[in-house]
Design a protein around this ligand. Structure first.
Ligand code: C2E
Ligand code: MG
Ligand code: MG
Length: 649
């Protein structure tokens, strides 16, 4: 109870220290008020000067020279010049040319003091001639209600001013005849009542402005703070970096942007749940905020953090942050990956710099023991290509820069073509021939892959439709599906619409998904695969053996064809272990009721060995490279490629 009362008193009289934001808000409000006050003061003083010159100089027949005019209007001029100076100061402050709060507060105090001083001077003269101290009261009202002071300061100033002035008046005011003038008791009552009313108005205005300031502080905080972790967000980061870089004392060459990524955090989320994942992120964000407390730091998104630090201390920051992540503190193995980018000039936009640091960071993904990669000139080129890909995918699709190449797949027993794989190529007017490695990962990262893939699927259907119409031999085509295709569009509907529109038997199209696509347990993806199967599309498991979860995937999903990755074919002749593994994979697939295909066949040995161990289908440069549809049809027509007559589906 006691502390409640103390708190109430502390709040009421403004004894609590205000945040820097509120203090700044109050100073800003005082400066705005001073603009109105000075403008009104300037107008009143001009009017007073004109009035006095007319009455005491012109009408009184006095000489209109400088000395005479000044004799009657000196005080008005002083106030006018002072108000003008404060007005100019306030306008400079508003335009952002002055930011010092202390200087501004001093200027406001001098101005307020001068106004009240003027009021006291005029009222003293009025009081001596038996009039009320109206000018003093008006000026006090002006100063106490327009400029904001903390309540206890207002009360202190007003109390001292009012009682001090009243004492002065009662002791040092004499009429022209030398008779001392004192305040009558009735005037005293009015005088004190005015003081109390004024103090109350000042206090209430203070609280009203304080609550406004708190509200906008909250809004401002929400705009600059990351919702989940409470550390600064990207917006705030950019603003801070821009300000720092604008400052001429900052040498951009001595700064470096860091992009921090917690590797394997997805697994943490998957295995321990989102709640725990969020808790971990909050904890790490707090620890990072301490580590980067003397730098600019923010959470960008997910498990990504960004910082602008002194380049010479970069290693120190990284090793501290790394110790937080990789120190075995968490139940799941996590590691820190950091990308760095040194800004080339102070004008470079912070977000672009972060993007480059992120790009460098992405290049050490999954590289055990490697924590840091810096963006350099060599990376610059591939980074630009990446930007180009993201910015031009729509145009590439619309203008036909994207083409479908077909790579034949053959039956191992007779080498006859039993199908094709559709592979994307980007033939760009500026960058020339681009292989999928250059654009597929970028489009996946930027969630644009569905634009390319839907175009590829439609082109395949159109090509096949034309061949059917022309009565040419047609082979089934397998198409690559990215994990994001399932997320970004309704692939099942898209494919059903396409086969209907182009009148293509569903068993002529095969859906290839890689094992890495399936390593993340997604309900939507599982459901979509089941829908594909129900509709009659065959499902192929691509790149088997290239990832970490191959066997797991086989346990949980059903596929028609298993495509064995080409990693096993490297130096196959010399590598007996690889030969054993391949034999086992083929045998296992057989037991699981799946057909087999091995990709990347390049040599006689590869072909013979895989045929011997019973792999049903083969694909690789040994038979044919990927080629445009026209070339494929040509090779079939000329007999260079022989198409099997067996059921190829
Ligand atoms: P993938 O689906 O495993 O395709 C097989 C890749 O192996 C192709 O590379 C093909 O050209 C290459 N290849 C075939 N035979 C041989 C060989 O004998 N030796 C060697 N060294 N390589 C061979 P490509 O066309 O560069 O495609 C790379 C990957 O890009 C594909 O791997 C696939 O994951 C992805 N991709 C290609 N086109 C598309 C597409 O339209 N959509 C999606 N989402 N991904 C695609
Ligand atoms: Mg494939
Ligand atoms: Mg493959």
């Amino acid at each position: 109870m006691g502390s409640k009362i103390m708190n109430f008193i502390a709040d009421l009289f403004g004894f609590r220290k205000n945040s820097a934001y509120i203090a700044r808000h109050n100073t800003d409000a005082n400066v705005s008020s001073s603009i109105y006050m000075t403008t009104v003061t300037i107008l009143i003083e001009i009017w007073m000067i004109i009035r006095y010159i007319k009455r005491y100089v012109l009408d009184a027949g006095e000489p209109a020279d400088f000395v005479t005019v000044m004799k009657y209007t000196r005080n008005f001029w002083i106030l006018l010049i002072l108000a003008l100076a404060v007005l100019i100061y306030a306008l400079c402050y508003k335009m952002g040319k002055i930011r010092s709060r202390i200087l501004t507060d001093i200027v406001m105090i001098i101005f307020a003091g001068s106004c009240v001083g003027f009021g006291m001077y005029v009222s003293h003269l009025d009081f001596a001639s038996g009039k009320m101290v109206t000018c003093f009261l008006t000026m006090s009202l002006y100063v106490a209600c327009l400029l904001i002071w903390k309540p206890y300061v207002s009360m202190l100033i007003l109390g001292t001013m009012f009682f001090g002035y009243a004492c002065y008046l009662n002791h040092y005011t004499f009429t022209e005849e030398g008779i001392q003038v004192t305040m009558r008791s009735g005037d005293w009552v009015n005088y004190v009542t005015f003081l109390i009313a004024l103090a109350m108005v000042a206090i209430s205005i203070y609280h009203q402005r304080l609550s406004e300031a708190r509200k906008s502080e909250e809004l401002e905080r929400a705009a600059i703070e990351d919702d989940l972790t409470g550390v600064p967000n990207q917006y705030y980061f950019s603003r801070q970096c821009e300000e720092l870089m604008k400052d001429w004392s900052t040498n951009p060459a001595k700064k470096i942007y860091l992009f921090l990524n917690i590797e394997n955090f997805k697994t943490y989320n998957d295995q321990l749940g989102y709640e725990k994942g969020n808790e971990f992120l909050k904890h790490i964000a707090g620890r990072f905020a301490e580590i980067f407390s003397d730098a600019i730091f923010a959470r960008q998104s997910d498990d990504h953090f960004i910082a602008l630090v002194d380049a010479e201390r970069k290693d120190e920051y990284i090793s501290k942050a790394d110790a937080e992540i990789g120190g075995g503190h968490s139940e799941i193995y996590l590691s820190l990956k950091v990308g760095g980018y040194r800004p080339l000039s102070r004008e470079e936009a912070p977000l672009i710099c972060c993007d480059r640091a992120r790009y460098a960071c992405g290049l050490i993904k999954n590289q055990y023991g490697k924590t840091y990669r810096e963006y350099d000139k060599a990376l610059g080129e591939s980074f630009h290509l990446r930007q180009y890909v993201v910015n031009h995918i729509d145009q590439a699709v619309a203008e036909g820069y994207i083409q479908v190449y077909y790579q034949p797949v053959v039956f191992s027993k007779d080498g006859k073509v039993c199908g094709c794989e559709a592979l994307a190529r980007w033939i760009d007017p500026k960058h020339g021939f681009l292989s999928p490695g250059k654009f597929i990962p970028v489009l996946e990262e930027c969630k644009q892959i569905h634009k390319l893939d839907s175009y590829i699927y439609e082109t395949v259907c159109r090509d096949m439709h034309l061949s059917i119409e022309r009565d040419e031999p047609v082979v089934p085509v397998s198409m690559n599906f990215s994990r994001l295709d399932f997320e970004l569009m309704d692939v099942v509907k898209l494919m059903s619409d396409l086969v209907e529109r182009y009148d293509i038997p569903k068993d002529m199209l095969h859906i290839e998904v890689t094992e890495s696509t399936l390593s993340e347990n997604q309900e939507k993806l599982q459901a979509d695969l089941a829908r594909f199967r129900e509709l009659g599309f065959a499902l192929w498991l691509d790149d088997f053996g290239s990832g970490y979860s191959s066997l797991n995937v086989l346990k949980d999903y059903k596929f028609d064809v298993l495509k064995v990755d080409m990693v096993f074919l490297h130096n196959l002749k010399e590598n007996e272990s690889a030969q054993h593994i391949l034999s086992c994979i083929i045998e296992m697939a057989d037991k699981l009721g799946m057909q087999t295909l091995t990709e990347g066949i390049e040599t006689d040995f590869d072909a013979e060995f895989l045929t011997k161990i019973g792999c049903g289908r083969l694909q690789g440069y040994y038979y044919a490279k990927p080629m445009p549809y026209a070339a494929l049809q040509d090779k079939i027509a000329t007999g260079e490629l022989k198409v099997t007559l067996e059921d190829m589906t």
